[in-house]
Design a protein around this ligand. Structure first.
Ligand code: FEO
Length: 172
């Protein structure tokens, strides 16, 4: 059974994951209307993954005797100055999510809720991967700068890039 403190903290994270999904959906839309299909596909996938992160938490809360809250969400940014700007926002957002997960893990230890602590380890690993991926993308974007040809190739290769990043840092 979840304590009220843990339930509240998990519900806060549910909201953050839902907002993350919306943030990346807005990025997908912007990339799509700008004609970068690869970037758009990548962002749609990110958005889906964030929804999965949210659902995993929702089910955990409900199964452990709590009540997952579906709340109003903050509207995301829908336009961006540049692709670099957009990916910087993605990276910053992921570091914010990591901090939030760390805080949540801290609360579970304070509350001696080892079941939730154990459940959250998946999120800790996931955040390491997401931050590494965002950093890899940002490094590439910084190399490309304003070069249109570079951006074309980046758009073509972004999925490949992220798959190999994930493979490189997986612990197995
Ligand atoms: Fe669910 Fe990208 O953090």
């Amino acid at each position: 059974m979840l304590s009220k403190i843990i339930e509240k903290a998990l519900n806060k994270q549910i909201r953050i994951e839902a907002e993350s999904s919306q943030i990346y959906l807005a990025m997908a839309c912007w990339a799509e209307v700008k004609g970068l299909e690869g970037v758009a596909a990548f962002m749609y996938k990110q958005s889906d993954e964030e929804r999965e992160h949210m659902l995993k938490l929702v089910r955990f809360v409900n199964e452990r005797g709590g009540h997952a809250q579906v709340s109003e969400l903050k509207a995301p940014n829908v336009t961006f100055k540049s692709f670099k700007d957009m990916f910087e926002m993605l990276y910053e957002h992921e570091t914010f999510v990591s901090e939030s997960i760390n805080e949540l893990v801290h609360i579970t230890l304070e509350q001696k809720d080892y079941a939730t602590h154990n459940f959250l380890q998946w999120y800790v690993s996931e955040q390491i991967e997401e931050e590494a991926m965002a950093r890899t993308i940002l490094d590439k974007i910084n190399l490309i700068g304003d070069d249109k040809g570079g951006l074309y190739l980046f758009d073509r290769d972004i999925n490949q890039l992220t798959v190999s990043t994930a493979a490189n840092i997986s612990p197995e």
